[in-house]
Design a protein around this ligand. Structure first.
Ligand code: URP
Ligand code: ZN
Ligand code: ZN
Length: 484
């Protein structure tokens, strides 16, 4: 069974050209002119791009006393509807739970996925068991990315000594450290102060997490990663303070990547001052939305290459769940949706405005993260031999975003009412046409786990610190340099 995508313009991260694409058994087998196949998809007027990869989702995540409402079924349905063909979710051990146990839970949750997926491993506590299991996670389970929460004190947060120990272990194993960069101690303190002063509404969520808490943590994580000799990926970069730290680190040759979210690029802090409590609470996430200056900085970072990937941090809670926090903003479940809207919103606000080229769009939505996560060119590429995760993108198609027509299971959309121009005509997941001109035709359970090998060769040259300060005892007359 073969499918040919005809008459489109292929857009990759570095090149665009007119050609047909032949897909056989889920793989791209030929790219060229005048190709034929059993089925033909007409891409006239469209761009043929690698399917989007969203490296930051929380599907059915246990968090703040509840579970995020989109699971792997509705979440991957939303992903495909918006042109995303792979998601990377976080396997999250509860305190005291082993890493392998947690992965087993995520294996069970993900059986209904419509598109391919992978996991990042979260390090939420530290012990010899965690240290030991990390090797199995990397070598046997094919997970090379480990996330550390520097916030959510008393829940997911890890201390600096734990983070350093974990980062060193990752450096040895050829894995990559991820951080949620916010100073959780300062946030907890500010939360208590705000509540004591009578600030209980959703706007206080933003007051309790100023850019400084993010900038401080980003700087700290960068320095700890450098001392540990591990590459670092900073998730949901929302402000200039964190961006500046990333920019500086990259100029110094450190392997550090920054990931802004489509929400932070297109929505701002004024959302929290909406007089409707539900409206503001639905947008409570960490870090919070920022002002226009920070937003401009994030766009500039994508243009300049100091920020590498646009994600969603899709972690969707219903209005009813958000209302757990009436009277106490610290109890509003943190998280927003975006999986279905990431590509149309980025195209509309990025490419159609001239901020990004179509090739840069492909880079930041797919190719860059496939390379960072070490699944390129199987994913993130239009090449012979790559998985046929393909997006046929119609730049002229328009819609108005609405919860009434979305795939996500929640009852609202943070982008409600936004007009977008640029939508999938077809979305293919390993050759299967899951979306055809607005109709969802995905197959439940079609999604497969994607293993990702360690990145050891890159790690060897990593630490700027080790090279400068290789420990060496100083010989002194009459006193032995080492021992008693
Ligand atoms: O508010 C957010 N971002 N919720 C999801 C968990 C996280 O911090 O990534
Ligand atoms: Zn986070
Ligand atoms: Zn997250």
């Amino acid at each position: 069974m073969s499918t040919v995508i005809k008459n489109g313009t292929i857009v990759t991260a570095d090149l665009s050209w007119k050609a047909d694409v032949l897909v056989e058994n889920g793989i791209i087998t030929e790219i060229g002119e005048g190709l034929t196949g059993d089925d033909t998809l007409d891409a006239t007027g469209c761009y043929v791009m690698p399917g989007g990869i969203d490296p930051h989702t929380h599907l059915e995540m246990p968090f703040m006393g509840t579970y995020s409402s989109d699971d792997f079924e509705s979440g991957t349905r939303a992903a495909l509807a918006g042109g995303t063909t792979m998601v990377i979710d976080f396997a999250l051990p509860s305190p005291g739970q082993g890493l392998l146990d947690a992965i087993q839970m995520w294996d069970n949750k993900s059986t209904r996925a419509y598109c391919d997926f992978s996991f990042h491993m979260a390090v939420t506590w530290w012990s010899e068991q965690v240290f030991n299991e990390m090797e199995t996670v990397v070598k046997d389970r094919g997970i090379n990315t480990f996330k550390h929460f520097m916030a959510y004190k008393g829940a997911l947060m890890v201390q600096d000594d734990e983070m350093f120990a974990s980062f060193r272990r990752l450096g040895e194993l050829g894995a990559i450290a991820l951080v949620h960069a916010e100073n959780g101690d300062v946030v907890a303190d500010l939360q208590q102060k705000l509540l004591a002063e009578g600030n209980t509404g959703p706007e206080a969520h933003a007051y309790s997490r100023p850019p400084q808490v993010e900038g401080e943590a980003a700087n700290r994580a960068i320095m700890i990663a450098d001392m540990a000799g591990v590459p670092l990926y900073i998730v949901h970069v929302s402000c200039e303070e964190a961006h500046e730290a990333i920019r500086r680190a990259r100029q110094q040759g450190k392997r550090v990547w920054g990931e802004p979210l489509i929400q932070h690029l297109t929505l701002d802090e004024s959302e929290y001052f909406n007089r409707d409590w539900d409206h503001a609470a639905r947008r409570v996430m960490s870090p919070p939305f920022r002002n226009k200056q920070h937003q401009d900085g994030l766009w500039a970072g994508l243009q300049a290459g100091s920020l590498s990937v646009v994600a969603t941090d899709h972690c969707a809670f219903t209005t009813e769940q958000k209302r757990f926090g009436i009277g106490d903003f610290t109890k509003i479940p943190n998280g927003t949706g975006g999986l279905e809207d990431r590509l149309p919103m980025l195209w509309t606000h990025g490419v159609a405005t001239g901020r990004l080229t179509p090739e840069e769009f492909v880079a930041v939505t797919s190719t860059n993260i496939a390379k960072i996560l070490n699944c390129y060119p199987r994913k993130g590429a239009i090449r012979v031999g790559s998985d046929a995760d393909i997006l046929v993108w119609d730049p002229e198609q328009e819609k108005t975003i609405s919860a009434a027509t979305q795939q996500s299971a929640i009852d609202y959309n943070v982008f409600e009412g936004q007009k977008v121009k640029g939508l999938p005509r077809f979305t293919l997941t390993r050759g299967h046409v899951a979306v055809q001109e607005g109709q969802f035709r995905g197959q439940e359970g079609h999604g497969e786990f994607v293993k990702r090998a360690p990145v050891t060769p890159v790690n060897k040259a990593l630490s700027t610190w080790k090279a400068l300060t290789a420990p060496r005892p100083v010989e002194r007359s009459g006193i032995p340099a080492t021992g008693v």
